[in-house]
Design a protein around this ligand. Structure first.
Ligand SMILES: [Zn+2]
Length: 348
């Protein structure tokens, strides 16, 4: 008997381009939502674009958050209930989007993502990541109903945020390899379609790497397009697998051992050099990953991340403990092997 079934949740409207922020109300009207919006943002995006968002709606409340935390989620839920919000508009980099994603899940309403930085694929995906103590909670939620990515705004964000977004995409290479490996060895469910889309996204970004330069609005365009398609791959898979393998475990472990030292995308990029080395050895494709990262101006060494060598080795040897996700790290790499990999690849 045929008993397979699947449920794919995707954003319905994706607007990308110069000045599309002013089309936000149209994009929302096209979703046939009811009720008034609650704008979830943080101080600097509020300064840059808060008024432009509010000008498009009759009755909109605003919550401005200083950080992503469970208290912030609770605050948004409270204000959302007080104002009887019909949906949330998340305006900002990672933080307001992560918080709005989780709050909309609790409020049982949808949210619209309006990224002001193209720094990671969370701007489109259904996964929310909130720090708590020395760890991060990654929670599955619904993806945004719409994404409105104004390249004019994105191009004005600090350049390292864009290179972090690029590195997060480049890391799809090793994420897909880990996923395939987990499928072969542990019978983890694998989607050919999602795997191919994720890998192709990374390839297309690398092919356009020469057009990714500070001050070019086209850079924001290329990266946002890649983040959207990476998010779609995750939606198709119904998990973060297409865009998150051992390099992400390594980064999560760095967040625990050495918090707030480097950007998420930059950490996973360096992690990807290391885990590619484990996949394909000294003459393998880690050099291609390193070259792609350095072409877009993302870090390729511990030093450039601002993290000392011992911490990198510590994170690499303990990353497999983070969560129950089978990767090339298996049940852990030894310290000697970690040092050898990091030395050969020039990470330390
Ligand atoms: Zn990522």
């Amino acid at each position: 008997m045929f008993d397979k079934s699947t449920w794919i949740k995707l954003p319905r409207n994706v607007l990308q381009g110069h000045g599309v922020l002013d089309d936000l109300a149209d994009a929302v009207a096209d979703l046939y939502l009811s009720g008034d919006p609650l704008l979830v943002t943080s101080p600097s995006p509020e300064r840059i674009a808060g008024d432009r968002v509010r000008a498009q709606f009759d009755n909109v409340a605003t919550v401005s958050l200083d950080r992503a935390s469970f208290e912030s989620v609770e605050r948004v839920v409270e204000v959302g209930r007080e104002h009887d919000a019909g949906y949330l508009i998340a305006l900002g980099g990672g933080k307001p989007i992560d918080v709005a994603k989780m709050a909309s899940d609790e409020l049982n309403c949808g949210f619209v993502s309006v990224p002001t930085a193209a720094s990671h694929d969370g701007i489109v995906s259904g996964r929310s990541s909130i720090p708590e103590g020395d760890t991060r909670h990654s929670v599955a939620a619904d993806p945004p109903l719409a994404v409105v990515a104004d390249t004019e705004l994105l191009a004005e964000s600090p350049w390292e945020l864009t290179t972090a977004g690029c590195a997060d995409i480049i890391s799809n290479y090793t994420a897909v390899k880990d996923w395939e490996l987990a499928h072969r060895l542990k019978n983890v469910e694998y989607s050919e379609y999602a795997g191919a889309l994720s890998q192709m996204t990374a390839e297309m970004l690398v092919q356009s790497a020469d057009s990714i330069k500070p001050g070019l609005e086209e850079s924001a365009w290329i990266v946002t397009k890649a983040l959207v398609s990476s998010g779609v791959a995750m939606s198709i898979a119904g998990s973060s697998r297409p865009a998150s393998g051992a390099e992400h475990l390594f980064s999560h472990q760095l967040d625990r051992i050495a918090p707030n030292r480097a950007l998420h995308g930059h950490q996973v990029g360096v992690g990807s050099i290391l885990t590619e080395y484990f996949h394909s050895g000294p003459r393998g494709e880690w050099q291609d990953i390193r070259d792609a990262l350095s072409t877009v101006g993302a870090p390729t060494t511990a030093n450039e991340l601002g993290i000392d060598d011992e911490t990198v080795i510590d994170a690499l040897t303990t990353a497999h403990e983070i969560r129950d996700r089978y990767t090339i790290l298996g049940d852990g790499v030894s310290e000697d092997a970690a040092i050898e990999a990091a030395t050969i690849t020039g990470v330390i």
